[in-house]
Design a protein around this ligand. Structure first.
Ligand code: FAD
Ligand code: NAD
Length: 478
């Protein structure tokens, strides 16, 4: 192929990666009238939509429905009794999940079209900071742009002794299984391991979790993770803490994961499949990043508070630039960068980025925990209110201990001016409260603002209202 036969496309803005960071950046840039090209090698929607947030939550929903039906077999539950156990057809459930993914991915394509973004399918490879080549369906194309937004996301990290392949699955393969593994060993008791591990346990797999740290979900404090730990225990999930996966032993069709346990001993955990979820790393290989002259900070791309890299008019967003590796952070950065390029004055300085773990029960954390406030030298007051005293939680059958009835909302405020600086919660169905919590922090709410807001009855959000009243010394329902 000689250089003259390669077609050249020019744009004001080139976005590489069509995940929640990249596609939002491209839509906003297009809306603002910038001539924008988006290159995506796979399907529009990225990790989040195609093999992450959305498929995992669909599977979690299937698992919860199945488990609820299982509970109704025989004597029944809540007056509902089934004479025969339900059957799970995982392949059909996966097709339902795929339908949701297809619909949302198609929606992203439509939104990009509406914003007049040109989408090129193919793998971009950069030769310098503003030029890349993509092998598109129309042949090779060179794309040159004034601004480049890097949004290539992240990929699962394999353990050196446990490469992906055969019975060792990453979250991507686990989200496409057509048959339930009878025995599933999960390596890594973090976000993905516990969200998916719990779902497989609810669907009927015998699940064992191997976590290197002394407790599960080490990102959250022990009080928040305790109801999850108890749910796992009650659901028959075995958890090995302080344990490390050493490798697989395979004999014919039988596999076992060899684990070093906390006491230094060895254990063999028989498994039909091993789900390895020990973290994700930025995707920086194979697309000419090194030719761009862009600095790194550790494993990630170094950016300032406007997501500018060290190279002029090259920007980076999302999982590529570091923790938290969350879809909503990627989207917020994408929207911001497009607006800065269009001349708006923006900075990425959120008061808080909500984190939600979709385990059973769910965990939400926004802002500072009591320990984090103390570590920052803030004189804080804090208290918590239990879901067991909330009418809505009970009507949702979520007040029982095994359904997170031991869950609570905890509120942290400054002692001097009563400003809310952190909200954490654990309980069934509470992911939907994360928006209210984040809004309170972003708006600089004080305890009186939360206490003075009439919360609809009966809702889970009333617990937030109650805990503010309690911290103000005038609780009504406790
Ligand atoms: P990505 O979504 O990774 O998108 C990057 C895109 O770039 C990909 O589509 C890739 O194909 C493309 N690409 C890369 N290199 C090139 C190239 N050279 N040329 C062309 N295209 C390229 N986050 C949440 O907030 N909530 C959740 O509930 C949640 N659940 C998750 C569950 C799982 C199982 C996983 C794996 C992740 C989950 N996440 C969740 C994390 C979330 O998916 C990521 O934070 C988010 O997708 C990051 O967005 P991004 O745009 O930075 O990158
Ligand atoms: P993670 O960082 O959440 O958890 C990894 C876990 O593996 C940690 O608990 C760690 O201690 C453990 N670990 C590391 N090495 C180990 C070893 N050798 N043996 C045993 N345990 C080991 O990572 P993840 O679960 O892979 O998820 C990756 C990222 O995806 C998350 O950090 C998060 O940003 C994102 N995510 C978010 C959500 C959500 O928002 N609900 C859901 C899934 C994923």
């Amino acid at each position: 192929m000689n250089a003259s036969s390669v077609k050249t496309v020019t744009a004001q803005v080139l976005v590489v990666g069509g995940g929640p960071g990249g596609y939002v950046a491209a839509i906003r840039a297009g809306q603002l009238g910038l001539d924008t090209v988006l290159i995506e090698a796979d399907r529009l929607g990225g990790t989040c939509l195609i093999r992450g947030c959305i498929p995992s939550k669909a599977l979690i929903h299937v698992a919860a429905r199945f488990e609820a039906m299982q509970k109704s077999v025989g004597d029944g539950h809540l007056g509902i009794a089934l004479d025969t156990p339900p059957r799970l057809d995982l392949a059909t459930a996966m097709r339902w999940k795929d339908g949701i993914v297809d619909r949302l991915s198609g929606g992203v394509a439509a939104l990009l079209r509406k914003a007049k973004v040109r989408v090129l399918r193919g793998w971009a490879v950069f030769s310098d900071a503003k030029t890349c080549t993509v092998q598109s369906s129309e042949g090779p194309l060179t794309v040159k742009a004034e601004h480049v937004i890097l949004a290539t996301g992240s990929e699962p990290v394999p353990l050196p002794t446990l490469p992906f392949g055969g019975p060792v699955l990453s979250s991507t393969e686990a989200l496409s299984l057509e048959r339930l593994p009878r025995r599933l060993v999960v390596v890594g008791g973090g976000y993905i391991g516990l969200e998916l591990g719990s779902a497989f346990a609810r669907m009927g797999s015998a699940v064992t979790v191997v976590e290197a740290q002394p407790r599960i979900l080490p990102l959250y404090d022990a009080a928040l993770t305790d109801p999850v730990r108890r749910w796992l225990e009650r659901s028959g999930v075995t958890v090995h803490l302080g344990a490390r996966a050493l490798g697989m032993e395979t004999e014919g069709e039988s596999h076992a994961l060899v684990v070093q346990t906390a006491d230094g001993g060895m254990s063999r955990l028989p498994a039909n499949a091993v789900l390895s979820t020990v973290g994700r790393r930025p995707r920086l290989e194979g697309w000419g990043f090194e030719a761009m002259g862009v600095d790194r900070q550790g494993a990630f791309v170094a950016v300032d508070d406007q997501c500018r890299t060290s190279m002029r008019n090259v920007w980076a967003i999302g999982d590529l630039v570091g923790e938290p590796m969350l879809a909503h952070k990627a989207s917020a950065q994408g929207e911001m960068v497009a607006e800065i390029i269009a001349g708006h004055c923006r900075r990425f300085a959120p008061t808080a980025i909500p984190a939600v773990c979709f385990t059973e029960p769910e965990i939400v954390s926004v802002g500072l925990s009591p320990d984090e406030a103390m570590a920052q030298g803030i004189d804080a007051i804090f208290d918590q209110f239990p879901f067991a005293a909330n009418g809505r939680a009970l009507t949702l059958d979520a007040g029982r201990m095994d359904a997170g009835g031991s869950g609570f909302v905890r509120l942290v405020a400054r002692r001097d001016n009563r400003r809310v600086i952190g909200i954490q919660a654990v309980g069934a169905h509470i992911s939907e409260l994360s928006g209210e919590f984040a809004l309170a922090l972003e708006m600089g709410a004080e305890l009186e603002d939360v206490a003075g807001t009439i919360h609809a009855h009966p809702t889970l959000g009333e617990v937030f209202h109650e805990i503010a009243l309690r911290l103000l010394g005038r609780p009504l329902h406790l």
